[in-house]
Design a binder for this molecule. Structure first.
Ligand code: C2O
Ligand code: CU
Length: 459
């Protein structure tokens, strides 16, 4: 059966179950292809060079089906940038799209003018040079556009990439690297009525796609050795919350998140990842027989995201201790004097504390170098993944809803997920740069619709 017939067959099946007419009509879904596409490994890149934003990339939907995409230097996800702490990031962006764009370095701490703020947008045909030193600890960041009211469409169409910061502390741990390190950007997509290409629909009622995109491919596979692997995942979807698990059930070890390594490793059987969040996991496949497959899936969506095909057994230097490493301590904000408390209520799909975003308005000011407690509250329209630019924070407490701070929310974060009726308090201190930064919902349709504030860190 070719794909078209498969698609119409699945639509037909839905119709016969009476599901086709629900809401505004079911769109053709995309089944797992007969031949799963290969997992793309984005091209490696130093942190100095030029980048062109354009519409010349494509998604791989499997079985030979390609859908046009936007990306960087013709790729989606964009090239994988590696930068060492102490180096200067120096990237010239050339905008070859027909609309404004910017590069925002989600997870890095650049000066305000280099942060890709919507007011600093790069017009079509123009260039902009992002240049700033990397002074933060090792971790997984990512880059994506942040233009006024067009973040969702640009990211959905493929504009995002990962950026890895390395440092000596992390290197001394000897974590799996090269072919054993998998940097993965998760997204999702929806097909248009023809069932062959992605289409973008704006608005929070259609911001969750119908099938997964994993490094720009639908349901990919990767051939791996039977040994210890490092999985570094970014949730780059517009709105989807992934609940990751491995099947057949295999525990994995969580070692890091948004702000780098955690103070201690945790063995888990699932991890929840909201838009904008990252996790760093060790997955031990050394006991998986050669010839079998292990699946990274999303429990909520019931999707198989990525299939690991174990093809080669291998005895190497990994020990049980390597699979559960002891990690360096981190400094804690708890215990420093808390100078001020602020409450931010995320309301519906366009407001924070009753206000919709205006690019030219500063909504509040924050003193430099002091610890504050920020309380994020969800009031309708959840999930709201809350993201702050300009500083990392530490999660203190969650009340209501799920009621706990999860293992993947310890350490340093820059994005935290608010589900229905939740209130999360975080400690935050702006001690990097003064200037204008953003606080917003990282559900991209919410962000574009105004769920965002400007604040100014006072010098
Ligand atoms: Cu990942 Cu303000 O964004
Ligand atoms: Cu939101």
């Amino acid at each position: 059966m070719d794909r078209r017939r498969f698609l119409s067959a699945s639509v037909g099946t839905l119709a016969s179950l009476g599901l086709a007419g629900v809401g505004c009509g079911r769109l053709p879904t995309l089944p797992v292809p007969r031949v799963r596409p290969r997992l793309r490994r984005p091209s490696p890149r130093p942190a100095q060079g030029s980048f062109s934003a354009g519409d010349d990339a494509h998604f791989d939907l499997g079985d030979g089906l390609r859908s046009p995409a936007w990306g960087y230097d013709g790729e989606t996800p964009g090239p994988l940038i590696r930068v060492t702490r102490g180096e200067v990031l120096d990237v010239v962006l050339r905008n070859q799209l027909s609309q404004d764009t910017t590069l925002h370095w989600h997870g890095l701490l650049p000066p305000s003018s280099m942060d890709g703020h919507p007011a600093d947008s790069v017009r079509p045909g123009q260039t902009f040079r992002y240049q700033f030193p990397i002074r933060q600890r090792a971790g997984l960041a990512w880059y994506h556009p942040h233009p006024h009211r067009a973040v969702s469409e640009q990211v959905y169409r493929g504009m995002a990439g990962a950026l890895v910061v390395t440092d000596e502390e992390e290197a001394s741990l000897g974590l799996p690297s090269d072919s054993l390190e998998h940097v993965i950007l998760l997204g999702d997509g929806e097909l248009g009525p023809g069932g062959r290409t992605l289409r973008y629909r704006a608005g929070p009622s259609s911001d969750r796609g119908a099938f997964p995109l994993v490094n720009g491919a639908a349901y990919p596979r990767v051939e791996v050795a039977a040994t210890l692997h490092r999985l570094r995942l970014v949730n780059g979807a517009r709105a989807r919350v992934y609940e990751l698990e491995v099947s057949p059930a295999l525990p994995f070890v969580l070692i890091g998140n948004d702000g780098g390594l955690l103070p201690d490793a945790a063995t888990l059987d699932r991890v929840v990842l909201g838009p904008g969040e990252r996790v760093d996991l060790l997955l031990d496949l050394s006991r998986v027989p050669s010839g079998s497959a292990v699946d990274l899936g999303c429990r909520r969506a019931r999707w198989s995201l990525l299939e690991f095909r174990v093809h080669e057994s291998r005895t190497d230097r990994w020990s049980a201790a390597a699979a559960h490493p002891s990690l360096p301590p981190i400094s804690r904000l708890a215990g420093t004097p808390i100078r001020r408390e602020r409450v931010f209520e995320f309301q519906g799909h366009q407001r924070i504390n009753g206000v919709r975003y205006r690019m030219d308005r500063i909504d509040f000011q924050v003193p430099f170098g002091v610890t504050e407690r920020w309380i994020f509250r969800s009031s309708g329209g959840a999930p709201h993944p809350v993201h702050v630019h300009g500083a990392h924070f530490q999660v203190e407490q969650r009340r209501g809803g799920r009621g706990v701070v999860f293992p993947w929310e310890r350490g340093w974060k820059d994005t935290v997920l608010l589900e229905r009726r939740e209130e999360v308090s975080v400690l935050i201190r702006f001690d990097q740069h003064p200037g204008r930064f953003l606080l917003h919902c990282h559900r991209l349709e919410h962000e574009d619709d105004g769920m965002m504030l400007n604040f100014e860190v006072m010098g």
